[in-house]
Design a binder for this molecule. Structure first.
Ligand code: SF4
Length: 338
């Protein structure tokens, strides 16, 4: 007798279809600088932007960028660049970087496009203080068994190139297992909600999936490395020198507040669940991309304003691209569209 099988629902049949390899179609319209999904693949940030707002993703893929500088993002990106240099120096046994030299170089450059001395000086003081304390808090990073820092990945997954850059990858000395290091800058951290959210963090799981595909080895989890921006303000009669001295007294007394790490392990069940989710996302993204990138819906107001306002807020508000320009910088940090 044949075993009885339950009738499969329409939904499960549809999902089964999606497990099949992604089939690329010819784009019907010019989609921006030169981007093509089949040729250039995707990054986690493209997919996350697409999930958050189809319209923002369409603008980004077409190369639209705001002509103004997003100064709120500068803090994180500068600190990130400094860490990149320093971690590379650590693994290559090279000289430590000179923070004053780096900050002066950065400020000269940024002041050309953003002539606001106060904001720039404020950032320099806070970054210098954080920098002087980061490796006091995380001295174990000097002894970690690094496999690589700031390494690009580019792997085929379900027929699609997954691309990105890992902040760090290391081997746990006790267990021999692989872990990723991912660094972010925040203004504030709620440890409870953050540790819950990280358990299903899209970027972490995307990077784990890609790294396991690349190395054919299990990645145990992610060491999520958070730097919290100090909220202190320059006093009315204070000079920047005095401001720096004040922070120099207070920040080292509270290092656990400014440097927070979460060790987030990802088990087999979680990773399998993510892969199914990723397959569905790639299926629908492919469908959207090769069907004129119709902005079937735009974001809710939550994404428009979010932690930092969407860079296309003005475009949506004015229904025009005045104040925007088209650039060819998509995936620039990964070597561009190649
Ligand atoms: S402002 Fe809002 S609707 Fe407009 S592109 Fe940005 S997220 Fe989408």
């Amino acid at each position: 007798m044949k075993p009885k099988r339950k009738n499969k629902s329409v939904v499960s049949r549809t999902l089964e279809k999606k497990k099949a390899k992604i089939k690329f179609k010819k784009p019907k319209i010019t989609t921006g600088p030169n981007y093509d999904l089949k040729k250039h693949g995707v990054t986690q940030s493209i997919l996350q932007q697409w999930l958050a707002c189809r319209l923002a993703c369409k603008y980004s893929l077409q190369g639209w960028r705001s002509t103004g500088l997003k100064v709120a993002l500068e803090f994180g990106s500068l600190f990130h660049n400094l860490l990149e240099k320093q971690y590379k120096a650590i693994i290559n046994n090279k000289k430590e970087l000179n923070i004053d030299y780096e900050l002066n170089k950065w400020s000269k450059e940024i002041l050309k496009t953003y002539p606001d001395n106060q904001t720039v000086n404020d950032m320099m003081v806070k970054i210098k203080i954080l920098w002087e304390n980061y490796f006091v808090q995380w001295k174990e990073d000097y002894k970690r068994a690094w496999v690589g820092v700031e390494t690009k990945f580019d792997v085929k997954y379900n027929g699609v190139r997954l691309r990105g850059m890992r902040d760090g990858l290391y081997r746990c000395k006790k267990t021999g297992s692989l872990w990723l290091l991912e660094t972010k800058t925040y203004s504030d951290v709620n440890e409870q909600t953050m540790s819950d959210r990280l358990l299903f963090d899209f970027q972490n799981l995307f990077y784990i999936t890609a790294t396991e595909e690349e190395l054919k080895e299990d990645v145990k989890g992610v060491l999520y490395n958070i730097i919290v921006k100090p909220r202190h303000r320059l006093g009315k009669k204070e000079t920047y020198k005095e401001f720096y001295s004040r922070l120099k007294d207070v920040i080292p007394q509270d290092l656990d507040k400014y440097f927070v790490r979460f060790e987030v392990p990802y088990g087999k069940k979680r990773k399998e669940h993510f892969k199914k989710e990723l397959n569905n996302i790639l299926f629908y993204f492919n469908d959207w991309f090769y069907n004129n990138m119709e902005p079937t819906f735009r974001s809710s107001t939550y994404t428009c304003l979010g932690k930092i306002a969407c860079s296309f807020l003005k475009a949506c508000a004015q229904m025009s691209m005045t104040g925007y320009e088209r650039r060819n910088d998509l995936m620039e940090e990964l070597g561009g569209l190649k």
